[in-house]
Design a protein around this ligand. Structure first.
Ligand SMILES: Cc1cc2nc3c(=O)[nH]c(=O)nc-3n(C[C@H](O)[C@H](O)[C@H](O)COP(=O)(O)OP(=O)(O)OC[C@H]3O[C@@H](n4cnc5c(N)ncnc54)[C@H](O)[C@@H]3O)c2cc1C
Length: 388
């Protein structure tokens, strides 16, 4: 069999180079800020600055709009490596992709040329507003309204759980343009806090983990925008929102892989140092079997994530299944691996003197956002059964 047939099983040299460069930067300039962001709940500005200095804050933005044009696999690797150092910071590149994906998938050339370059330059951040107080898993039940106003629109409603709200300048917002039409009555818009009046934010949520990543409500109080702010055609919003998530669940899988990798590395280092019964605890088979299981699950999660990322890059029809599977598997693995990592540090793992308890708390969110893992299983089962 030709050697090329095996290419699928290894990353390209440029992907390995991206990993090396991102890891080096994050170990030096992101990891040192992680505990502070967790303790204070402050946005990790120094880590954002470090990512910007290396053009890693929004790696997926195409070169045509001033970005580095990283493919979906490279973008996943960047997010993985940032999450290995600080999960909260990894939401900067991840949510940049989430917020901008609707534009990349369905936006006019004019919208893309206007809103993407400031993000690529690191001058503006981008958030994604789908969830509402009464519409989470059932996202088609949103009630935020966009009503016709001449040839433009007026948006009114409340968005909940919005990552980087208040820090971001730009917001993709999904709103009902045709009440009673269900998912087909939803449209997508882009808002700019520097130009559009009527946008305000709730108090920061007090969360279990990813404390350095702001999560706030977004209030839209009669926000007037022109017709040029519509993404795609009226009624296409829900489809755009779901296709966006197909792509970006891969980035949450990468985030989960990164958190788990950080926890495994810290636990493996610890058990070789910690001595009990006259020898390093790493010499006990009970500990080794735990490490082996953790490494096995991590690698399975990583490979599924990269397989999904390759499908995202090609925009394959089975991305819906793979995005859900990667996010679900990797986040469940991250929860198990970080919990076991805390266990391997014994009492020390349970304290803030070590980063493991933070990693365990951070891992939990990956099972919840961009669709809970129950919803991922609904998505996977639907894909599986509809071809029968
Ligand atoms: C920190 C954080 C950041 C977030 N960032 C964003 C963001 O930037 N933008 C955004 O739009 N949203 C964001 N979200 C929202 C997130 O995507 C939702 O919280 C998530 O989709 C779940 O919705 P919900 O919280 O309303 O839970 P619910 O939908 O109320 O679910 C409650 C429980 O019921 C289960 N359930 C619901 N329906 C089903 C079903 N059909 N079958 C089986 N079980 C079901 C769920 O799995 C869950 O266990 C964020 C959330 C958090 C916590």
């Amino acid at each position: 069999m030709a050697a090329e047939a095996f290419d699928v099983y290894q990353l390209r040299d440029e992907h390995l180079a991206v990993r090396e460069a991102t890891r080096e930067l994050c170990e030096a300039k992101v990891a040192p800020n992680a505990a502070h962001a967790d303790e204070t709940g402050e946005f990790p500005q120094a880590s954002y600055d470090a990512l910007r200095s290396a053009d890693l804050h929004a790696p997926h933005i195409p070169e045509a709009y001033g970005g580095p044009g990283a493919d979906a696999v490279a973008t996943a690797i960047v997010i993985e490596e940032v999450a290995r150092a600080c999960a909260a910071t990894s939401l900067i590149p991840a949510v940049h992709k989430l917020g901008t994906m609707p534009l990349l998938l369905a936006g006019s050339e004019e919208l893309k040329a206007r809103f993407l370059p400031p993000v690529a330059r690191g001058e503006a951040m981008f958030s994604y507003c789908l969830s509402e107080p009464e519409a989470g898993s059932d996202a088609a039940a949103i009630t935020t309204r966009a009503e016709r106003d001449g040839d433009g629109w007026v948006l009114t409603g409340v968005k909940r759980w919005i990552t980087n709200a208040g820090v971001s300048r730009f917001y993709t917002v999904f709103a009902v343009t045709e009440p009673g039409a269900g998912a087909r009555g939803i449209s997508a818009f882009v808002l700019d806090t520097e130009e559009d009046s009527g946008i305000s934010f709730g108090a920061p949520e007090r969360k279990l983990g990813i404390k350095g990543s702001p999560t706030r409500e977004v209030y839209l109080d009669g926000v007037r925008v022109g017709p040029d702010r519509l993404i795609g055609a009226p009624g296409e919003g829900f489809r755009i929102a779901m296709r966006t998530l197909d792509h970006t669940r891969v980035t949450i899988a990468a985030q989960a892989v990164g958190i788990a990798a950080g926890a495994l590395a810290a636990a493996a280092d610890y058990v070789t140092q910690r001595r009990q019964f006259g020898r390093p605890v790493a010499e006990f088979q009970g500990v080794q079997f735990m490490l082996a299981d953790m490494a096995m699950k991590l690698e399975a999660a990583r490979q599924l994530t990269y397989a999904a990322a390759a499908r995202s890059e090609r925009d394959d029809p089975d991305l819906t299944f793979f995005g859900a599977a990667a996010k679900c598997f990797a986040s469940d693995a991250a929860m198990e691996i970080t919990t076991d990592a805390v266990q391997l540090l014994g009492g020390y793992g349970y304290t803030r003197d070590f980063p493991l308890e933070r990693m365990m708390r951070d891992a939990k969110i990956t099972q919840i956002y961009e669709g809970t893992n129950q919803v991922q299983r609904v998505v996977m089962a639907r894909q599986l059964l509809r071809s029968r």
